[in-house]
Design a protein around this ligand. Structure first.
Ligand SMILES: NC(=O)c1ccc[n+]([C@@H]2O[C@H](COP(=O)([O-])OP(=O)(O)OC[C@H]3O[C@@H](n4cnc5c(N)ncnc54)[C@H](O)[C@@H]3O)[C@@H](O)[C@H]2O)c1
Length: 441
């Protein structure tokens, strides 16, 4: 992260000192920035002369004293409270008294870090997203002791660096890492319950909802150790609120060293030459249209529940939020409903993925629970709905904002579907947030 942040600052016109105690890390950072600039030259976004001039703005140093001339120091060392506070003490000893210090921490409290500094008024959080030169969002996090004038100054500076900067309350996970939790936990829960194969689940998230990666493949890419640690830290920081509970199965992968791409296996196996597992599509040619079957979008109830209420066979379709979706995902109350769902897919020219019959299926339940958590973040004052939507689209590339989605789906339907999922699963974590109830009324 440090090298990427330094690149952003250099491209915004600053001279930059990159300090790292580990010299090979400095060389790696320098190579990374060189590669990034070279790529911009190849794409015609940067002249070779300008790239050389930019590279000359960096000084790579293993000595903290080289930070003495810096007006802003952004810390991005490993995620450890004592290591960070020890480093800040060293930095405060060498910089000018007017210098501003910032942390790129993802999970530590800015107020707590600031409390260990000699000048907490000149300290705040500047949370970048990976890769920093690409991702637009910056969460600007004032601590309780941060000088109130520093926040607007930091927002203006980040905007001048070409970023979308938002003020965020100092709460665990800030906006993005908190609001994104159900994306992972719902993906893992569906996988643990055997709702469909991993490849089918990841496909459904991409195809029906438009996410760039499904939650399981995303975990393999981020690294399950990092992803699980982040889940745990948010869960523990909220004193075990069940909505933030990490996945037991992901914990087992971590314990077994199956960390994802970087270790050669995780949810998937990454042996050289191995093909990525394909989603399990059900053959739609076997379908038979039967007008006595009720086919309807999921409203949070299972197909069996709707069938019992209507006295007929029922297929429920998972929610599709992507106009370009190539498939339907469904659950059926019986074989007749299954055949009718396959005939429906064939008539629509779509592939079909069969899911286990569970409340809210996969995409709907995930979007509902993401929106539920986002609504709680509004209640807790972490950010306004517009800020949360902006953050999720620009921090983690969500295809749409959750409040935009909920408004389009209808707040009454959101509340009723969550109630159905809460009833069907018997799990209180799906109970609709009071903020959603207010939106619905
Ligand atoms: N990786 C991400 O996606 C991401 C995103 C947002 C925020 N963050 C946060 O950014 C920080 C860094 O994350 P990362 O993934 O870049 O970590 P990393 O482990 O890749 O890099 C940390 C670097 O800090 C150096 N370092 C360690 N102790 C030091 C010290 N006392 N003085 C100087 N340098 C020291 C290490 O040599 C290493 O090069 C963490 O706080 C993390 O939570 C990471």
């Amino acid at each position: 992260m440090g090298a990427g942040i330094a690149q952003v600052a250099a491209q915004a016109g600053h001279t930059v000192v990159v300090f790292d105690t580990h010299e090979p890390a400095l060389a790696r950072g320098e190579a990374l920035v060189g590669k990034n600039l070279q790529r911009q030259v190849e794409r015609g976004q940067l002249s070779a002369d300008r790239a050389a001039a930019l590279a000359a703005r960096f000084r790579w140093s293993p000595k903290v004293s080289d930070l003495s001339s810096c007006g802003l120091v952004i810390e991005a060392i490993f995620e450890n409270f004592d290591a960070k506070t020890a480093l800040f003490a060293e930095v405060e000893a060498v910089v000018a008294p007017g210098a501003v210090l910032a942390s790129n921490t993802s999970s530590l409290s800015i107020t707590a870090l600031g409390s260990r500094l000699a000048r907490p008024a000149q300290f705040l959080g500047l949370h970048f997203f990976n890769p920093a030169p690409v991702m637009k969002l910056i969460e600007v996090v004032p601590g309780l002791d941060t000088d109130p004038a520093l926040t607007p100054a930091a927002l203006a500076l980040m905007k001048s660096w070409g970023k979308i900067a938002l003020t965020v309350k100092d709460t665990p996970g800030f906006i993005v890492n908190r609001v994104a939790r159900p994306y992972y936990s719902e993906g893992w829960r569906a996988y643990e319950e055997g709702v469909a194969s991993a490849a089918s689940l990841d496909f459904v998230y991409r195809d029906l909802a438009g996410f760039r990666m499904g939650p399981l493949e995303l975990g393999d890419t981020i690294g399950h150790d990092i992803n699980f640690m982040s889940a745990r830290s948010v869960y523990e920081a909220y004193f075990g609120r069940t909505r933030f509970a990490p996945s037991v199965l992901q914990g087992q992968l971590v314990a077994a060293g199956k960390l994802g791409r970087k270790s050669g296996s995780g949810v998937y196996v990454y042996a050289p030459g191995a093909e990525a597992p394909a989603p399990a599509f059900t053959d739609t040619a076997t379908g038979r249209a039967d007008s006595s079957v009720l086919i309807q979008p999921s409203d949070g109830r299972t197909a069996a529940e709707v069938a019992a209420a209507n006295g007929r066979s029922v297929a429920v379709l998972d929610h599709s939020a992507n106009p370009a979706a190539t498939a339907i995902a469904f659950a059926a109350s019986d074989d007749k409903a299954r055949a009718a769902a396959l005939a429906y897919a064939a008539a629509e020219g779509k592939k079909a993925v069969e899911l286990a019959d569970r409340p809210g299926l996969v995409v709907l339940r995930t979007l509902l629970q993401l929106t539920n958590g986002a609504a709680d973040a509004v209640r807790d004052g972490v950010g306004a709905p517009e800020a949360i939507d902006l953050a999720m689209r620009n921090g983690v590339n969500y295809p749409f904002g959750l409040f935009d989605w909920g408004a389009g789906y209808g707040w009454t339907k959101v509340v009723e579907a969550l109630e159905a999922v809460a009833r069907g699963t018997g799990d209180a974590m799906y109970a609709p947030s009071e903020v959603l109830r207010k939106l619905a009324t």
